[in-house]
Every structure is written in C-alpha cells, then in structure tokens.
Design a protein around this ligand. Structure first.
Ligand code: SF4
Ligand code: SF4
Ligand code: SF4
Length: 581
C-alpha cells in the first residue's frame, strides 16, 4: 500500500494504482474521455491531466501510477484551463447536432461541455463533412461526431480480436476507418456492437428500426406481435434511471401493450425450443459419430465471425436457429394456424440486447414458413426510445404478464442471457435425456461466472461430458484454434460474441466509462437472470408444457422433419472483404 495526498486529503491505495483510481477512492472526480478501464488506457486525450508536486508540466491521471508520498492537485486553475482547451479543440471539429443525436442525454462529451460551462467555441474553424456509413443492417458510423478517442478501436482489436476499424491518416485528416475505407458491411465486422458500447459519443449507433415498427403498429391490416429476449428485462430499467440489474419484465410487458402490440410474447419460450433442439442434436451427434465438438449457434455475431474467419469449421456449428428466429417461425406457423390468422399479416418484432440480430433476421434460410421469421429487430435502447416517445411513465407502470399461450417459459431459458447459461440449460436437458433419470441438481456452477473461458467436466450418471464456455470473440478464437489443431478433448462448446454474454450485448444500455470502471455491470445484470431462474417453478426446457403441446400436436419429434424445416438453418463461408470489381 502507498500513501498519497490528493487535493490536501490523504488516501492509502494499492501500489500500482493510478492517480485516477486513487482520486475515485476519495470521491474526487477527474474527467476522462479516451479512458476505458482494461480496454483503452493510453492517456491520449489529456482530459484527465493533473498537477503532481515535483513533476514538470501536467500528467494524465488515467495512466500515471501513484508513488508513496505523492502530492496531487486535480483542480488548479492551470489544470482547469488545460482541460478547457482540450475540450474546445474537440468541440471545434464536432458537428454538435445534439438535438438529433441518439446519445443526447447520455453523451460523455455533452456532459463535459455542460460541466465546463462551454458557451462558445474559441477555436471554431474549418470542418470537413465526412460520409456516414449506414450500409449494414446493424450499425451506423458517423465520423462527424467522432472525437478520435479510439475506444472503439481498442474494443474491436483488444477485446474482440478483430480489428475491423483503426485510426487512419494524420493530423487534421485523422479518422477512424476500415480496410480501404469500405463500409462495415463489406469488411470483417461481426456486428457485435462492442464498439458502440465503448463509444463515449454518438459516432457509432445501431441502425434504427423504430420507424418501421411504428409504421407496422399504425397499419390496421397487420397483426403485430412482439417478443423480448431474456437480457432485455434486466437492462431496460437502466434507461429509466433504475438500478442496474433490476428485473422490469412486468413493466416492460405493460409498456409494450400500451405501445399497441397485438400480442406480447416471451423469447424465453423460443430459448426452450432451442435447448430441446440443440440437446437432441448433441445427443444425436454424440451417439452416431457426428461432428464434435458441437458449438452453439444462438449468437449471430459469433456465427458471422465463424463464417468470416473459420469457414472450414462450420460443420461444428449446431444447425439450430437462435431463439427469436425459432420463435418467429413458430408464431407464423403453429400459432397462425391455431388462431386462424393469415401468416402474411403477422409482423414479428424482436426486442433484443444485440445489434447482430438485425443482420441475422436478413440471412438466407431464416424463412421457415415461406415468410421472414422476424420482420424487425429493435434493441433494448430502441425500445426505451419508443417508450419515451409515447410519453409512458415507465417506472410507475403496473406489472403484467406475457400473453398466453406463448408466454410460459422455464428458468433455463432465462439464463440464456448470460455466459454459461445456454450450456447450463442444455446440460439440464441432456442429462435427463441421456440417462432417462430425473435430476434435482440443476445448478452447474462450473460454467457460471465472469471468466472469458470456462472448462468443465460434467459427470452425467457415469458418463463424462467435457464442455467449454467462451464469451468474447478473442476467447472464441482460442477455442477455434484448439479445434483446428486437433487439440479439442471436449464435446460441447458454448460461444457468445459479447464478453459476458447477451447481458453485455451491443444493444444494451450504454454505461459511462466511470460506471464501467467502478460497477460490476455484468454480474448485476446476470445475477438478476439467475434470480429469475431460481424463482421459476419449471427449470428444465423440456418440461415446458407449451413446447410439449406444440411438439405433440404439430412438430412431431424434436429434431424431426418439421422441426428441421422451421427451427434449423444453414451457414455459408463469407469473404472478409468485399472489394468492388
Ligand atoms: S455526440 Fe454528444 S455532443 Fe455530439 S452531437 Fe451527439 S450528443 Fe451532442
Ligand atoms: S461491431 Fe464488433 S466487429 Fe464490428 S467494428 Fe464494432 S467491435 Fe468491431
Ligand atoms: S467512433 Fe466513438 S469510440 Fe471510436 S474513436 Fe470515434 S468517438 Fe471514439
């Protein structure tokens, strides 16, 4: 431990801490912009400069380590002037169209401008209008709002191991760019959205689908059905100032009804279908010499990564569609038939924590009924925007439940939203299917927790199944290299594109750099999902009575012909870069 004095107050901190961390222990706030803990710690933007006695000039607090006896001043007139100049320079080359910006109200630059009481831009000068990249179905990149902090570059390269974006050019012509300045649609981008979560401003955002959804809701000829993914209910409340990890399922359902959806269903029912189909596929592969290890396929950012980078390993991917696509296909087939609704009139909206799902719904082989399984995907953030637009007082809403008959789901489905959840849900079903016994032990602790890669050996009544769970694409790469090198001694693998799983998806509420450094956001959101699971009466997907009825009356056998037609898909090798001829 070392003793430091900051603004005349003493604090004891661990050796190796930065000035920023030491100041936070004293609740002294030092502004940052380019800093993102564990991801981008470079001290480039100089917003966090402080004065240290005995040191010449000023030093960035985010990367300067404390020494015993160090005396720091974080808010001298000189320091404040230096930060003002930095802010002025950034704002001078920024489009400042806050009123029409998705980050209005949740922008780190806007907040700093407020705090610094900016009333005019001293260095206002020439600006270059940059083109907006909105070609992809998932993501929009607007360099006119980019402040060149490189947090997105670090998230893409260091966390995801991809490097789809980087800094190009020098000085005034510096910009964040892609290979040959192609659209993100035409490079090795997976649409995971981790760059959006990292961006402090509105330079990166999801492709908006709310206008399409409003249009469908206004169309009296359409029967508009909405389904919501497990992770959305433990994230949405944050958009309304609620505590991280609050389960707002009841309020969310009420809000969706107020928005005018004809039916409000639960993607968790789709997740139960995924487990039953995936479990059946795994047992079939394991007993009949199929390709192993089998890898889960419910994370579309991960699937795209595989198609772009490891097409030779595609046979390892489960052919199961992701839960919301399965659910869309069931609604447009079984449900439409049961209710006597023309499936061409059904407009299926998925509310997802993910922006890759926007891309996924446009894939080939996602039209099990002859119609698109899903017609629009909106993120947790977009749903919050729709609720705000309709002036619904979200926090004061009464709770209500999902609509029957597709509103019943198990606890196993709820934990799909966090890393390890799909594996745990699958093991609950596989264990009983393989042994023909009923198990009371349902918690597979070995696959829980925050580690990027978790390995476990599970004893299924004398049979050993080795499993691996990986989240984040850099970790996925480690597993794929093992499989490629013939070193995989495991049979079943779960991979999620986003570090921590869907609770930390690219469509979830964006938290500030400070929140990310000081709050365990993943654990809080994931903890809420485990609480839902524990409180559920049914905790095994194959025990969901809705599924049992649909298999009995409509689909036939799990993994059978009709189930394959509606609930399974195929994959393609993709070019990493699409260059014009
Ligand atoms: S990025 Fe922030 S400062 Fe820039 S226009 Fe958007 S809200 Fe305003
Ligand atoms: S969406 Fe993911 S892969 Fe694409 S640029 Fe952003 S971080 Fe990189
Ligand atoms: S796009 Fe966002 S995260 Fe990336 S450099 Fe620009 S401002 Fe920073």
């Amino acid at each position: 431990m070392v003793n430091v004095t900051i603004n005349n107050r003493q604090v004891e901190v661990e050796e190796g801490s930065t000035i920023l961390e030491a100041a936070r222990k004293l609740n002294i706030e030092i502004p940052t912009l380019c800093f993102l803990k564990g991801i981008n710690e470079v001290g480039d933007c100089r917003m966090c400069v402080v004065e240290v006695e005995g040191m010449r000039g000023m030093t960035p607090a985010c990367i300067t380590k404390v020494r015993d006896g160090m005396v720091v001043h974080t808010a001298t007139p000189k320091v404040l002037e230096a930060r003002s100049v930095v802010l002025d320079l950034i704002l001078s080359n920024h489009d400042r169209k806050c009123l029409t910006c998705t980050r209005n109200g949740n922008c780190e630059l806007q907040r700093l401008a407020q705090e610094f009481n900016v009333d005019e831009i001293e260095f206002d000068g020439e600006r270059v209008e940059k083109k907006i990249d909105d070609l992809s179905p998932s993501i929009v990149r607007d360099n006119n709002k980019c402040i060149l902090c490189r947090r997105c570059v670090a998230a893409c390269k260091n966390v995801q191991g991809i490097g789809a974006i980087d800094c190009a050019g020098r000085g005034f012509s510096s910009s964040i760019s892609t290979y040959k300045d192609l659209s993100l649609n035409d490079v090795n981008c997976t649409f995971c959205g981790q760059c959006i979560e990292a961006c402090p401003v509105g330079a990166l955002k999801e492709k908006d689908s709310t206008k399409d959804v409003w249009k469908a809701l206004r169309d009296e000829d359409k029967y508009v059905v909405v389904q919501t993914a497990p992770a959305v209910r433990v994230g949405l409340g944050e958009e309304f100032g609620m505590e991280i990890g609050t389960n707002v399922a009841g309020k969310m359902v009420t809000a969706l009804r107020l928005l005018g959806f004809d039916k409000v269903f639960d993607t968790n029912t789709g997740a139960d279908f995924t487990i039953v189909e995936e479990g059946t596929e795994f047992i079939e592969r394991a007993t009949n010499g199929g390709t192993l290890p089998m890898i889960t396929s419910c994370s579309p950012g991960w699937v795209r990564y595989m198609e772009l980078n490891y097409p030779e390993l595609i046979p390892h991917l489960s052919t199961c569609k992701s839960p919301h696509q399965m659910f869309g296909a069931i609604v447009k087939s079984w449900y439409a038939e049961k209710m006597g609704i023309d499936p061409s009139k059904i407009y299926m909206v998925s509310v997802m924590p993910c922006i890759a799902k926007k891309f996924e719904r446009t894939r080939d082989d996602m039209q099990g009924t002859g119609f698109d399984d899903v017609d629009a995907v909106i993120t947790t953030r977009e749903l919050a925007r729709m609720i705000k637009q309709a002036h619904i007082e979200f926090t004061g809403l009464e709770d209500s439940g999902f609509d029957d008959p597709m509103g019943e789901a198990t606890g196993a489905a709820a934990i799909f939203g966090t890393t390890g959840g799909v594996m745990e849900a699958a093991l609950r079903t596989v264990a009983e299917k393989v042994t023909g016994k009923t198990f009371d032990k349902l918690d597979y602790e070995a696959v829980r927790g925050e580690q990027g890669i978790k390995r476990a050996s599970i004893n299924l009544d004398g049979k050993e199944v080795k499993v691996v769970v990986a989240s984040g694409l850099k970790n996925a790469q480690t597993i794929l290299e093992e499989i490629k090198a013939g070193k995989a001694d495991y049979q079943f693998v779960e991979i999620m594109a986003c570090p921590g799983g869907c609770v930390m998806g690219g469509g979830q509420p964006i938290r500030s750099s400070k929140d990310r450094a000081t709050i365990d956001i993943r654990s809080k959101r994931a903890g809420a999902l485990y609480t839902i699971d524990e409180a559920s009466t049914l905790r095994k997907s194959h025990e969901n009575p809705v599924l049992q009825a649909i298999y009995k009356d409509y689909l036939g056998e799990a993994g059978g012909h009709k189930a394959h037609e509606l609930l399974h898909t195929s994959y393609v090798a993709r070019e990493k870069y699409k260059l014009e001829d």
